[in-house]
Each structure stands twice: as C-alpha cells, then as structure tokens.
Write a protein of this length. Structure first.
Length: 166
C-alpha cells in the first residue's frame, strides 16, 4: 500500500488576483495556479505517492468539498496550499480545514511546502518511502535543526536535566 495524499488548495476561479492579499504572490494568475496544482500532483505521483487534488472556494462549501473527499478515502498526508495558509484573511478557513481534517483523519500528517512549488521532498519529510504508510516520528529536517539548536531538549546533553540559573 502506498502513501496517499490529498492536496487542498484554492480553486483558480475562486481567487480575486487583484486583491492585495493575492497580488502579493508575484506572478500568480489563474493559469499559473492551475499549472502549479497540476504539476505538484504530477510530481507526487511520479515519485510513487497516491495524490488527489481538492480545489475549494472560501465558504462553507469548501468544508463540504473537503468532507466529501475525506469520506471517500483514507489519506496519510494532507497538503494545504499557501493561498489558504499564508493569507491572513483566510485564517478562519485554514483553522476550519485543520480542525476538520484532524477530526476525520487523526492519524494523518500535515505537510507544508517550503516554497511556492511543492515537491516530493515536502512529503518525504514524513514519509520517505512512498510504499510505507508508517511516518517518521520526527521529520528529518526537524531532527537536523534540533541537533543544531543548543537549547533544544532533544540534544543528548539535555537528558541530564535543566541547567541551574543564578
């Protein structure tokens, strides 16, 4: 069984590209967003992951669309697009999506892209092998960052307890 992912993002026809919150995304248009969605899904599939797209609007119908897809299939990973996550006015929508997915798929891992384009590396942080639905306990890049941070409790020397302060 391979890892299944759902990519949730705004439908290209739902966005006002001249609105300040979306105009801030350089080069964003109906065509570029449609291409990015299609390309991201193709990259995931080419890397061996099962990937479905879920394009939404901004209202309650967005949650209905997501709820319907989650009811048809079990997903291991949930990718939520930058247009939902990074636009301040969409915070209530983002929260509603996270809460809906968490309730419907408590086992699923949320996966967020580091840049405008998603890559298979994003999902590999949690599922390095597309054939295994067993996620890593701690994503690889977070493990590396934790070891570089001297204040992180995950460091071996932190196992000796808190430092005394004066």
């Amino acid at each position: 069984m391979s890892v299944s992912a759902i990519q949730i993002g705004l439908h290209p026809d739902a966005i006002d590209y001249e609105a300040p919150e979306f105009a801030a995304f350089a080069g964003l248009s109906r065509e570029t967003l449609r291409a990015a969605n299609d390309d991201n899904l193709a990259l995931l599939r080419d890397a061996g992951y099962e990937a479905d797209g879920c394009q939404i609007d901004f209202g309650e119908t967005a949650l209905d669309t997501i709820r319907a897809m989650l009811g048809r299939k079990r997903y291991d990973a949930v990718l939520i697009g930058a247009g939902v996550r990074l636009t301040a006015g969409n915070t209530p929508l983002f929260e509603a999506i996270v809460n809906l997915v968490h309730t419907a798929l408590p086992h699923a891992r949320f996966v967020f892209n580091h840049s405008a384009a998603a890559t298979p590396d994003d999902i590999r942080r949690h599922y390095p092998d597309p054939a295994s639905t067993v996620p890593l306990d701690l994503p690889r890049d977070l493990q590396e960052a934790a070891m570089k941070n001297p204040g992180n409790a995950a460091r071996p020397e932190a196992a000796h307890g808190p430092r005394e302060t004066r």
